[in-house]
Every structure is written in structure tokens, then in C-alpha cells.
Write a protein of this length. Structure first.
Length: 192
């Protein structure tokens, strides 16, 4: 896949293609749809990183026969403190859900899980509100530096132990709209 001028020379290697990501989303959708057959479902995307995961996942679930009886998509927005390529676990809630969580079947949809602290924070926050069921779905799993043993119910693809960008994941707000997952050239991190 050829990329545009703005990303020219910045990509070291492609890790997962757009097609591989689409296939993973379809597999996740099938599993979630089967687990919530005939029941209402609230998909909660964690912005900004999960913006594509949750929209693609919601549409893929809609195409599964015998899936949930209804699907509501909502978002919350968090920012994590840390350095440019690793979070510290100090999570700040920037935008809460609009939908009520109490009594609902909720699936938290995350882009990537690394040390696990962001998902742990969100799971605790939402569990306090008394959902009927609370599950987590993550597209990319980086299991190498977990600091907490957070439960992942639906996992898409294993991610190498690298800082990655694309398909919603950014480096300093750039690269989110790359349609594939990629590793950046080292020089990108040295440019201010
Ligand atoms: P955790 O709290 O599990 O360490 O990290 C979760 C969040 O850190 C993700 O939602 C994402 O925003 C960010 N993150 C973790 N690993 C990566 C990575 O390789 N690339 C990018 N762009 N963000 C990451």
C-alpha cells in the first residue's frame, strides 16, 4: 500500500496490513455477537485511540446474524500521563460516557493494552456503576510489560514489543489515520 506525502519516509515497517486488521475485527465481532445474542449491547470506545476500532467493530457486529438485539455506541475519552511512548498509569478522564452504564451489557473497546493500567482504571470506574455485564475488547495486545493482571475478554492481534502507530494509534497526535499498524523510523522520535 502506497502512503501519502505527509508520511513519506517515516515508516520503518508495516506490522499488520489494513486487510489483516479488518479480518481481526471481523473475528472479534463474531465472538462478541455470539456472546450477546438477543441482548442489548453498549460498546464503549476509549478515545482517541479506539476511534476506528469501535466504529469498524460496531458495523461488523451489525452484519453478524443472530447478534445482539440492539447496539449503542458511546465513547469516553482519557489521557494517560507518561513519556512519549509509555504510559504511567495516571489516567485522567477527559470525557465521560453519555449513555448510562448501570444495568447494561457493556464492552469497553480499547486500541492497545500495554502495562494494563488504563484498562484497569476504566474497568474499576465502570464496574462501580453496576453494569449487568462488563467485558473488555482490545485490538492489539502488548503483553510484555504488564503491571496489573487485567482481564481481557476479546483480543484481536498480538503486537510486538515496539511502539506502534496507525489505525487510531498516534505519535504526538500524528499517524492515527494510517490504515495499517506500523513501526516508525527512529529519526521520527528525534525530531521536535
Ligand atoms: P497501558 O495503560 O495499557 O500501558 O496503555 C494503554 C494506552 O497507552 C493505549 O490506549 C494507548 O493510548 C497507549 N499506548 C500503549 N502502547 C502504545 C503504542 O505502542 N503506541 C501508541 N501510539 N500508543 C500506545
Amino acid at each position: 500500500m502506497k502512503i501519502g506525502q505527509s508520511y513519506e519516509g517515516t515508516i520503518k515497517r508495516q506490522i499488520y496490513s489494513a486487510e489483516e486488521i479488518a479480518a481481526a475485527i471481523e473475528r472479534l465481532a463474531g465472538r462478541i455477537a455470539a456472546d450477546f445474542t438477543g441482548q442489548p449491547l453498549l460498546l464503549l470506545g476509549v478515545l482517541k485511540g479506539a476511534l476506528y476500532v469501535v466504529t469498524d467493530l460496531a458495523r461488523a457486529i451489525a452484519l453478524v446474524p443472530d447478534g445482539p438485539s440492539e447496539i449503542v455506541v458511546d465513547y469516553l475519552c482519557v489521557s494517560s500521563y507518561g513519556n512519549a511512548t509509555r504510559t504511567s498509569g495516571e489516567v485522567r478522564l477527559l470525557k465521560d460516557t453519555t449513555a448510562t452504564v448501570t444495568g447494561k451489557n457493556v464492552v469497553i473497546v480499547e486500541d492497545i493494552v500495554d502495562n494494563g493500567l488504563t484498562l484497569e482504571y476504566l474497568s474499576a470506574l465502570l464496574a462501580e456503576r453496576g453494569p449487568a455485564r462488563l467485558a473488555s475488547c482490545v485490538l492489539f495486545d502488548k503483553p510484555y510489560h504488564r503491571r496489573v493482571d487485567v482481564a481481557l475478554n476479546y483480543v484481536g492481534l498480538r503486537c510486538p514489543d515496539e511502539f506502534v502507530v496507525g489505525y487510531g494509534l498516534d505519535y504526538q497526535e500524528l499517524f492515527r489515520n494510517l490504515p495499517y499498524l506500523a513501526q516508525l523510523q527512529p529519526w521520527v522520535f528525534r525530531v521536535e
